[in-house]
Design a protein around this ligand. Structure first.
Ligand SMILES: [Zn+2]
Length: 282
C-alpha cells in the first residue's frame, strides 16, 4: 500500500475511469478508512495545475451496484487525502421531455428516495480507532456547493454545452429503474432528473465540511416521460459513452476554476461551525 497523507489532493472527482484514463501521470493509492475500503483505489493526478483524486464510484470493473457502494468510505478516503471540494458526475434519467439524452443539468436540490443506505457519520457509534462521533444534525437546505454549481454551469456554457442551471435530482434505491407510475409521480412533483447515486454522497460530503457539486448527464428519458418501452441499461451506457469526453473536458475546466482551499468561504466550508462532532477526519 502506498503511504497516504493529507495534502495529496485538493479536489476529488467521483466518477469512472473515463475521467482520468488519458492522464499521463497517475499515481494509484490504496486508502483504508474506519468504515472499510472505498469503492476502489484512488488515482492521483494533476489537472489544470490542481491536484485531483479520482475515485471510480462503482469500482474500476463496475462491480458495485448503487446500493452497495460504501459512500462513507468513499468520502472519508477523499477527505483523508486533503480533498476539500468534490465533483460528482453521474448518469440520470430525464423527467421532462425537454431534458432529453445529452442534457447536462447541475441540480440545486436533491430528494432522497433511497431505502437502505447509511447516510451519516454522526450516529454515536464507536469507530475502530476509538473515536466516538456525537449525534449532530447538519443543515442541508441547500445540498450543493453554490460556488461549485456556478463554476460548473459557467464552464459547461463556455464550452458550448448549454447546461441547465438548477433542478431537483431524485435519488432512488435501484438497481432497478423506475416503474411508469413512479416516474410519472416524480415528474408530477416538479423534480427534474432521477438517478441512483446522488444520495448520500452530497450529505456525507456536507457532514465532513466538503464542497460537493453534482453534474448530472441525462442518458435517457425516464419511463413516464417517454412513449417507448422504458429505460434499458444498453441505452444508458451508450449515451454516457457518447458524452463522456465532453463531460470530462467540462470537469477539467471546473477543476481549474474552483477556488483554492484557503479561499473557500461557501456554506459548505462553514457547515460544521459551532457543532461538536466528536470526530477528527484528519
Ligand atoms: Zn462549497
Amino acid at each position: 500500500m502506498t503511504q497516504t497523507s493529507s495534502g495529496q489532493a485538493e479536489i476529488g472527482v467521483i466518477g469512472g475511469s473515463g475521467f482520468y484514463a488519458f492522464l499521463d501521470d497517475v499515481t494509484e493509492v490504496t486508502v483504508d478508512t474506519p468504515y472499510g475500503p472505498p469503492s476502489d483505489s484512488l488515482f492521483l493526478g494533476e489537472v489544470a495545475g490542481r491536484t485531483v483524486a479520482f475515485l471510480p464510484r462503482h469500482g474500476r470493473k463496475h462491480h458495485l451496484p448503487p446500493h452497495r457502494i460504501n459512500y462513507r468510505a468513499n468520502l472519508w478516503a477523499l477527505r483523508s487525502l486533503g480533498v476539500t471540494q468534490v465533483l460528482g458526475p453521474c448518469a440520470v434519467g430525464g423527467l421532462r421531455e425537454e431534458y432529453g439524452p445529452g442534457t447536462l443539468l447541475i441540480p440545486d436540490q436533491v430528494v432522497d428516495r433511497t431505502k437502505a443506505r447509511t447516510q451519516t457519520y454522526y450516529d454515536g457509534e464507536a469507530l475502530p480507532n476509538g473515536q466516538v462521533p456525537n449525534v449532530v444534525h447538519v443543515a442541508f437546505a441547500d445540498p450543493y456547493c453554490p460556488v461549485g454549481r456556478r463554476t460548473a454551469v459557467r464552464a459547461a456554457r463556455s464550452s458550448g454545452w448549454e447546461a441547465v442551471d438548477g433542478g431537483a435530482l431524485v435519488v432512488i434505491e435501484g438497481p432497478r429503474f423506475s416503474t411508469r407510475a413512479e416516474s410519472l409521480w416524480h415528474a408530477a412533483q416538479g423534480w427534474s432528473v432521477v438517478g441512483m447515486t446522488g444520495h448520500p454522497e452530497a450529505i456525507l460530503a456536507r457532514e465532513l465540511g466538503l464542497c460537493y457539486t453534482s453534474l448530472t448527464l441525462v442518458t435517457d428519458l425516464d419511463a413516464g416521460a417517454e412513449h417507448g418501452d422504458g429505460v434499458s441499461q444498453e441505452e444508458v451506457f451508450k449515451v454516457f459513452a457518447d458524452n463522456v469526453a465532453r463531460l470530462r473536458n467540462v470537469l477539467f475546466d471546473v477543476v481549474g476554476e474552483l477556488p483554492r482551499a484557503s479561499e473557500r468561504d461557501c456554506l459548505c466550508a462553514h457547515a460544521l461551525d459551532g457543532l461538536d462532532t466528536g470526530l477528527d477526519p484528519a
